[in-house]
Write a protein that binds this ligand. Structure first.
Ligand SMILES: [Zn+2]
Length: 96
């Protein structure tokens, strides 16, 4: 897994630069705006997470405190790892 790089100048973004952005990020090096393809934003990732969460809760059967901790750990993990799945593009994809 690698962090995304700028489509224009190939500068690799730092983790802290991309972990909390919404859908576009200006490159600090060349000033071009990088966009996430919309399929990443609305795509399979989040659905997969919810599925894993639901299955995990049922399998583990740890009660609501356990479930809460499990969900918390997963959320943190997801936030930390998500930037590594990003690929930036030049233009924002159409949703349709
Ligand atoms: Zn750049």
């Amino acid at each position: 897994m690698k962090l995304p790089e700028c489509w224009n100048c190939r500068r690799r973004f730092q983790w802290k630069e991309v972990v909390l952005f919404i859908s576009s990020k200006k490159c600090p090096s060349c000033g071009k705006t990088n966009y996430l393809p919309s399929r990443k934003k609305y795509g399979t990732g989040n659905i997969l997470l919810i599925l894993v969460l639901l299955i995990g809760m049922n399998v583990m059967n740890t009660g609501w405190i356990g479930n809460l901790m499990f969900a918390g750990v997963l959320t943190v993990l997801w936030t930390v790892l998500l930037p590594f799945t990003y690929t930036f593009i030049e233009e924002e994809d159409s949703l349709f």
